[in-house]
Design a protein around this ligand. Sequence first.
Ligand code: UDP
Length: 409
Amino acid sequence: MSIQLNDYREVTGPGVVEELRVLAERVAGRRMQHINSTPVGGGVAEILTRLVPLLRELGLEATWDVIKGDRVFFGVTKAFHNALHGKPEEITEQMFEIYRANTEANLRDIDFTGDVIFVHDPQPAGLIARKKEIARNWVWRCHIDVSAPQPNVWNFLRPYVEQYDAAIFSMPDFAQQLPIAQFRVAPSIDPLSDKNKPLERSYIAGVLEKYGIDAGRPILTQVSRFDRFKDPLGVIAAYRLVKKRYRCQLVLAGGGADDDPEGEAVLREVREAAAGDPDIHVLLLPPFSDLEINALVRASTVVLQKSIREGFGLTVSEALWKKKPVIGGAVGGIKLQIVDGVTGFLVHSSEGAANRLAQLLSDRRLRERLAENGHQHVRQNFLVTRHVKDYLLTMLALEHPRESVVYLS
Ligand code: UDP
């Protein structure tokens, strides 16, 4: 059964849903087009999957297009992605050419129908070239941390970004000096989706059994694409330290994304590092494993997101919503979600993660306190209803630039 807007009343209270309806009346019938680089895998696809149907239910013509690209193009954009996050990458003129050529191909293929067009992240950013012909409002929605980018890649991207009418960043630290309007909109999770909805105990038990995980011993879990920024090897190192004192198990669950060709190599490294330890479960999950991921997180004693670079890290809110204590790397949007010592723990190393793991494994009340605080923090700040509201307000702000102030929540 599909999820209806009214179903959120129970989670958020009726006022939130009413407010969305009132706001949406002001932009009813408008076309809001989203364009990104993968239909599945990663946070952007996760968000759009839920956001677009809700916008439609509110009376907007919301659509979602995905650019095309081959392995070579996505190899280039992954290198750009790493460099924009501040990891040194060797970028050649040929790589810029590949980006330009792929952009040209997508400019021919995509139908630009939106009254407002949200272009997500750097991969499709070059599509702004079409603005000269069709005008409309164009928004560059940046989900990554571009606060300290490698200069040659940012200098390449910047002329594209400056042609947009506005840019949206997930947190103020990510904003750049730009001659266009900038908004801050944090990402969100959907409390009613398969990824996050409550599950029957028997289903959770079945998933543990399927993967050979022992329900009777502590389970430490990280759910992530196999990506070096997610530091899966650092998670294994932390587990090994804590394993000396606690008979725990580690679950590293992840899948691939079409726009991330590095995944296979990282998965190989993870499997090598985990080899010989039957208590490390490296699970390569196919797309649309949301119910199983939900179950694995619900079965966990502690959830990790030990990233060393991060845009937002939806997996943190997904775990906090399920009232799980979370240990996260002190980077990017993880710092919005984890208030250190209040809604979870922030760490800077595997040793730090191991210390916090030991502390949490030995103290059930601490686990419960952090988890309850985390749940409330997500309820107030990171649910999809707030995200829908922010996009409606962005649309209004673009349509009425002279109307004094439009507040984003
Ligand atoms: N995810 C998933 N399957 C996987 C790995 C991740 O469904 O095998 C989901 C995860 O639950 C989250 C999203 O993909 O909703 C990842 O978003 P996040 O912001 O944490 O990281 P990103 O991949 O965008 O860097």
